[in-house]
Design a protein around this ligand. Sequence first.
Ligand code: HEC
Length: 103
Amino acid sequence: MKVFLFLPIFVIGIGLVERGPRLQDKNPRRVDSAKVSYIASIAPLLVKNCQPCHYPGGKVFKKLPFENYLVVKKLGLKLNTRFKTEEQQSLVKRWVEAGAPKE
Ligand code: HEC
């Protein structure tokens, strides 16, 4: 009887041990091939770096709201005139090259 209780716990335990190292994998090639999207990659970058101006209450929110996917998509590589680091610029570039997907 007891084996029916312990078996699932054992299986879940193995699953967690299996996933552990993979979650910590920092191999840059994996990051490179990871999916880029507006929601997952670009929006957080904009929120972090481009507040307050392009957000509600900011001076260019009316003209260029970065909450609006289509506005950001239309700017495309122009975003890189304002991003400073190579890491940010290459992320934007990869996103544009992937067709600027929303999700
Ligand atoms: C201090 C306020 C401020 C911040 C912060 C800011 N912007 Fe802007 N941004 C402006 C203003 C004002 C304009 C419109 C006038 C201009 O082009 O400079 C503008 C315009 C732009 C344009 C349009 C350029 C064009 O030629 O059409 C882009 C692209 C842009 N911003 C990107 C960004 C990005 C990306 C960030 C964050 C890394 C950012 N901005 C942060 C104020 C800001």
